[in-house]
Design a protein around this ligand. Structure first.
Ligand SMILES: Nc1ncnc2c1ncn2[C@@H]1O[C@H](COP(=O)(O)OP(=O)(O)OP(=O)(O)O)[C@@H](O)[C@H]1O
Length: 341
């Protein structure tokens, strides 16, 4: 038996009805998730990134048993997730960002008690677990304060405690740090890392790609419900970014040097970015080939001074942007193709 959650050919079609006038009802179908196959192993964080109308939330709802798949197979440590709902619900939970899913009029402790009861956890065990969780997320001192008086970070930490109330083996995190200040988001990332180290399998969706790059061992990228790329952050960068990124630093940018660089970028059809800060000018050139040599020659020939020149590793953000650009180009070409047929 393969440990972890295994999805094979997972598909969700939403069926909606629209009233048109008095008698006519138009039935519509929306394929939100199509034929997805992925694996969420225990003991690590797996990323789920989505481009347009991707189907991330739909996928997480199916994994949390809130939504039944239209077709496909879902196994949790070998258990059929669609047949053994009660067993699965004991072992999974989800945490969504944005302060939803806790009751503002109740205290932190009362919230955890309420959610714990939904899982039929024995009273003594639940009491002990609530104290442990309040300590884990740093809310022990605020446990008896009503949630509406909590800061954003405290509410989000309570969400994490709520998501752990049934001690799930698998936890799905939907934009957990959305709207949080940088230090609180960093703290939450540490909690997420610790949960993975303790053996839990986590699935993370986030618009903050540096967060995904920092936490995830493997990533699935979906677009319009379909899987379009998968691999470690390093694999994705290799797979999607065919660009070489050259970054130069200059103490100043005289007009001749700038004109020379712009001319050189035009000739090679390279993307050029110039960023001026108080102390230094940073020039970035993106092109399939390494243009470092030509760029350095251009700076020296036009009378400029070069402080530093380096080939920069693309970030996951660069890779996902390149992937999204290439998809858009593909879609435009297909539209033009249809139009001329
Ligand atoms: N209940 C529903 N009925 C009909 N269509 C739906 C329903 N829920 C979602 N959709 C559609 O399914 C597609 C996928 O939606 P989903 O919310 O899963 O995407 P997402 O990747 O989470 O997007 P976002 O990042 O914007 O939240 C979208 O086109 C959406 O409009």
């Amino acid at each position: 038996m393969e440990r972890g959650i295994l999805a094979r050919g997972l598909t969700k079609v939403y069926k909606t009805r629209k009233h048109r006038g008095w008698l006519r009802v138009e039935r519509q179908e929306k394929v939100a998730v199509q034929d997805l196959t992925f694996h969420i192993p225990p003991g690590q964080v797996t990323g789920l990134l989505g481009l347009n109308g991707a189907g991330k939330t739909t996928t997480i709802k199916m994994l949390s048993t809130l939504l039944a798949p239209t077709s496909g197979e879902l196994l949790l440590d070998g258990i059929d997730m669609q047949r053994q709902l009660l067993e699965v619900r004991k072992r999974v939970n989800m945490i969504a960002g944005g302060e939803r899913m806790v009751y503002w009029r109740l205290t932190g402790r009362e919230n955890l008690w309420y959610f714990g009861q939904l899982y039929n956890i024995d009273g003594n065990l639940l009491k002990r677990r609530i104290e442990e969780l309040l300590h884990l997320v740093g809310l022990a001192d605020a446990a008896d304060t009503v949630v509406e008086r909590y800061s954003k970070g405290m509410k989000q930490r309570l969400q994490i405690a709520r998501g752990l109330i049934n001690d799930p083996s698998y936890l799905f995190l939907d934009e957990p740090t959305i709207g949080l200040d940088a230090p609180i988001a960093r703290e939450l990332r540490q909690v997420v890392r610790a949960m993975a180290e303790s053996g839990k399998g986590l699935l993370l969706t986030s618009h903050y790609l540096h967060e995904v790059e920092e936490l995830c061992s493997s990533i699935y990228v979906i677009n319009q419900g379909r899987l379009i790329a998968e691999g470690s952050p390093a694999d994705l960068k290799r797979l999607t970014s065919q660009e070489r990124i050259i970054r130069m630093q200059l103490p100043s940018l005289p007009a001749d040097v700038e004109a020379g660089l712009r001319e050189m970028a035009r000739e090679h059809m390279a993307r050029l970015e110039i960023l001026a800060s108080d102390e230094v000018i940073t020039v970035t050139l993106r092109h399939p080939q390494d243009l470092g040599g030509s760029a350095a020659t251009t700076v020296v020939r036009t009378g400029g001074t070069l402080l530093k020149l380096e080939v920069v590793e693309p970030s996951l953000e660069d890779a996902i942007l390149a992937l999204s650009d290439s998809l858009q180009r593909q879609e435009q070409e297909e539209e033009v193709g249809h139009g001329t047929r």
